[in-house]
Design a protein around this ligand. Structure first.
Ligand SMILES: [Zn+2]
Length: 480
């Protein structure tokens, strides 16, 4: 293992990381997760205790938490990987994981609920008042599947995301329950504060987007990570990582890699895209940014201050994937949205932002116009094939991830049609109003979950009358 001085400094120098400011979510008090977990690599099991200090925004006698780890269990109805990608994801054949909740203290009772055992429902003897604190301590065990995915023992290490029960987002005075989906990212979460202690075998290094304090005892390493005002927190455990380190506008940028023969390519794309989006959309609000090469079945995955990119990317794909995932720092991590019902709102915008970025760097081989043209070609081919096969194509954009027929339809609606939508909006508004709208969108909704109306309203606030244009795309009425 070789670490540059810069990377080591990030790991050891600080123990506290502020993400979004305390009032970034409108001054609301946030949920705080205090989590202590230990990973055993022989049994591929994480044993954990988590205290969640929750402040419900409505009166309720039940708190609901998403159990994302249960999607990996045998018999799950909504599996994390589709048939199409199963062979590359499950590299060692069929494999299952699960989360077992052992106990919940601080409440009357609990049950595993939801459509697909995806919800931990914690019940109280009497209703909690809106705005009152409720602390519950959950003891749980997560068995990891062997899978190149968001949570699992991968071919290169261990990906740890969505391993803990996370409070469901609030929507219209109730908890929003989401099932997993192999289409897109089914996670809708509000920003929270995290205090995480992870103990891992000595051979592993923990890679995170946030500063970590490290100590070693009894052949194990313990990492303490704190992050405030973040939408999620994720880690990668691995052996033999190297780190290429850079810096952009005072933000340390690290690229952890194992097999990449040209690490500068990914590091440069990370630094450049961080600078580009910062200038166009508004300030990057985390203390550091980390990209890590890891076993992952789809090109990359975004988490606050951390992007995972797959180990098998080509030199052509790497800058595009890094630029897309980095755009999600704005359109997911800082500005949240309902990724379950309106996936295009962050995916389309991340993809469109990537097109703008690539246009500035001809060495990446794709201009803005190339990118849009490619999206148009893909979308028109999808429309033609689907119309012929099914008689008509459903081109509506606001629908649940599980309502898509599969990855092909999802990709064309959320990504390609999303890019085309933002290109058409840019054509109507002109660059000045368009960029003002996205700056307003970032400024007004960082730390929050922005609705479709909030996005359109940001354009209207910039003086662009594009509501009907958005509607024609989203409702599937426009001809492309
Ligand atoms: Zn994305």
């Amino acid at each position: 293992m070789r670490k540059s001085a810069c990377c080591a400094a990030i790991l050891l120098s600080a123990v506290f990381a502020a993400g979004l400011s305390g009032c970034a979510n409108g001054g609301k008090e946030r949920t705080k997760y205090t989590l202590s977990a230990s990973y055993d690599c022989d049994s591929q099991t994480l044993t954990a205790e988590m205290t969640a200090d929750v402040i419900p925004s409505f009166e309720t006698d039940t708190l609901e938490f998403q159990l994302w780890a249960n999607a990996y269990r045998e018999g799950a109805k909504y599996r994390p990987v589709s048939e199409l990608f199963s062979d590359s994801a499950y590299y060692d054949g069929e494999s299952f994981g699960a989360i077992a909740v052992k106990s919940v203290e601080g409440a009357q009772s609990f049950e595993i609920a939801g459509e697909d055992e995806n919800i931990l429902a914690v019940k109280f003897a009497s209703p909690l008042a809106a705005g009152a604190h409720a602390a519950v301590t959950v003891n749980f065990e997560v068995r990891l599947a062997k899978v190149n995915h968001r949570l699992g023992v991968t071919e290169s290490g261990v990906n740890l995301s969505g391993f803990y029960p996370v409070l469901c987002a609030t929507e219209q005075g109730a908890f929003k329950e989401c099932v997993y989906s192999s289409n897109g990212d089914p996670f809708v979460s509000e920003i929270a504060d995290y205090d995480v202690t992870l103990t891992v075998p000595e051979k592993y290094e923990l890679i995170t987007g946030f500063p970590a304090q490290e100590s070693e005892t009894d052949g194990k390493r313990t990492y303490h990570v704190r992050a405030e005002g973040v939408r999620d927190i994720a880690f990668v455990l691995g052996e033999g990582y190297q780190c290429a380190a850079g810096e952009e506008g005072g933000v340390p940028v690290s690229y952890y890699y194992k097999t990449d023969s040209d690490p500068q390519l990914a590091l440069d794309a990370a630094c450049r895209s961080l600078a580009f989006y910062g200038e166009k959309f508004g300030t990057y609000e985390y203390p550091a940014y980390t990209v890590v090469e890891t076993g992952f079945v789809y090109g990359g995955m975004e988490f606050p201050a951390l992007s995972m990119i797959a180990t098998d990317l080509t030199a052509v794909e790497t800058p595009v994937v890094v630029a897309h995932e980095t755009a999600h720092q704005w359109w997911y991590s800082m500005v949240g949205s309902n990724q379950y019902d309106c996936a295009w709102q962050d995916e389309g915008l991340a993809e469109f932002s990537c097109a703008l970025f690539l246009d500035k760097y001809p060495e990446y081989g794709m201009t803005y116009r190339d990118f849009v043209t490619q999206s148009e070609r893909a979308y028109r081919a999808f429309y033609s094939v689907t119309s012929q096969l099914d008689g008509e194509a459903d081109t509506t954009m606001n629908r649940a991830l599980v309502a898509y027929s599969g990855e092909y339809e999802y990709r064309n609606i959320a990504y390609d049609k999303g890019v085309i939508l933002f290109d058409r909006v840019l054509g109507v508004t002109g660059e000045k109003k368009f960029m003002r709208a996205l700056k307003n969108y970032h400024g007004d909704f960082s730390g929050k979950i922005a609705t479709y109306d909030d996005l359109v309203g940001s354009f209207e606030g910039a003086g662009a009358n594009v509501r009907a244009l958005f509607a024609s795309f989203v409702e599937g009425k426009c001809v492309i």
